[in-house]
Design a binder for this molecule. Sequence first.
Ligand code: AMP
Ligand code: MG
Length: 408
Amino acid sequence: MTTSTWLSLDEALARIKAKFPTVKQTTLCHIDTCLGRITAQDIVAPVSVPPRAVSAMDGYAINTSVGKQNSCLPVVTTIFAGMDATDVTLEPGHAARIMTGAPVPMGADAVVMQENTTQRENTVCITQWPDRGENIRPQGNDIFQGDIIVEKGTRLQASHLMLLASVGMRECPVTAALKVAVLATGDELITPGTPLEAGQIYNANSVGVKALLHPYQADITDLGICVDDPAKLRDTLLTASKQFDILISSGGVSVGDADYVKDILDEIGEVDFWKVAIKPGKPFAFGQIGKCVFCGLPGNPVSAYVTTEKLVTPLIAMMQGEQRSLNDLTGLAVLGSSIRRRPGRQEFLRARLEINQDGGWHVTPLAKQSSGVMSTVTQANAYIVVPAETAFIESGTQVQVSPFRSVN
Ligand code: AMP
Ligand code: MG
């Protein structure tokens, strides 16, 4: 079914979600290389962390039942991290010198930090008598064997990888990497690094799309630039559709005389929708060619950037099986200058979000909001999200803001 009417961003995302299932194949990925991948199942801890009670401090292990403030105890042994202390038993009234991470011997129920002691030869005097359990990390304090430590559908971040390593896992089951192709279209485009001739501009979109997709860890291929020639474009799209799960083009989706992408998609595949009521971001051709999902981004760089962020990355996340998306934080901030605009589309205004002297969040839209002005995307640190029906927002009003994400 083709929709030629305008869809809201949420409607477009719902249609994408309804249409495309999660990739079925899973693979085992070495923890050194699975940053950003999606877990294919709940991950269960094979061991506890710590595997047994250990000291949280450099100091002295004691038994709190014998002694009090300023008691002096004989130091009978020294235990280092890495030692096997299973056969060491501490008698009440004795102390064991112990290092951070070293196993707490049987019979000890607290560790006194070194700073709360004075030492004389083989005796330690305790200036601050500890509570029972103090400075001991009990077995399983972080993780118990059998706990689910990472849920299915999680995008693996540095913290998850450390957790997997801490339970001894060298590999993690993840969903298979999606094969994604990126293509720029336009007679005027040339690759950065070559001198510019009359009529030409540099292909800016491809590098931006690839960089925006980087945190999603797809298997990305850059197909370069295709000229505005229907036969060449048809051939390029058809060939790519047989090799990739997702094909992302930019340019040629509008209504100009050299805009062939939508018609070709209609001819060799299916157009699902091509009008999403967001600004920047008009038009965005979405459909499929055979089994390959097709995203036709607008040519204007800011529109290509925003549609990649708002439509393509959620599509990739859904197909990868991500359950909780990389957080798109939104909040409220006080508007620094009035906004007047033509209603109709939800708008993402490039803006500077700042904390003022009284600690409140303030946001001011940048002057240049044209979809050809990429420089203001680099100057901005947030979008002001303006509802579709809004025509005017007065300075001083609270508006919805969505801070830019930093690269993970
Ligand atoms: P189009 O939709 O093909 O008419 O493109 C709209 C505008 O975006 C035109 O000014 C194009 O020159 C420009 N444009 C298209 N593709 C790119 C690209 N890959 N990088 C930079 N600008 C582009
Ligand atoms: Mg073009």
